[in-house]
Write a protein that binds this ligand. Structure first.
Ligand SMILES: [Zn+2]
Ligand SMILES: [Zn+2]
Length: 123
């Protein structure tokens, strides 16, 4: 279980342009509830998609932002993209950024934009 990035609560839905394995995954990731302030609070939300890590998870509705990462889609069985969270922490470390201090994390690293940077620090 991971606590989702230290107080950064992800917005509803996925960033524009992200496609998922099947319609069920898409409709669940994009599910937006007007009664709740975010997807971790909403018991109608089953899955979360952490764009910056390309990671899918089943939400644990314990009042926090925990989820269990999943490697396969629960609906269509497709293998999901490999999580980039290790690389994310590695790159921040190489940049000398304390990943637990959310105010110091560059904005690109809070979204999936860092994945498309032309010169990754490592790799
Ligand atoms: Zn709700
Ligand atoms: Zn699927």
């Amino acid at each position: 279980m991971l606590d989702v990035a230290f107080g950064v609560r992800d917005q509803w839905g996925a960033p524009p342009g992200v496609t998922h394995c099947c319609d069920m995954m898409t409709s669940n990731v994009d599910l937006e509830c007007h009664r709740c302030s975010d997807r971790y609070e909403c018991t109608d939300n089953l899955v979360t998609f952490i764009a910056r890590w390309q990671e899918y998870g089943l939400i644990i509705h314990d009042g926090g932002t925990s989820y269990v990462t999943i490697d396969f889609c629960p609906w269509c069985g497709a293998r999901l993209p490999e999580s980039q969270s290790d690389r994310w922490f590695d790159e921040l470390e190489e940049l000398g950024i304390d990943a637990s201090d959310v105010d110091n994390i560059p904005e690109d690293y809070l979204t999936d934009r860092w994945l498309s940077r032309s010169d990754p620090v490592s790799g």
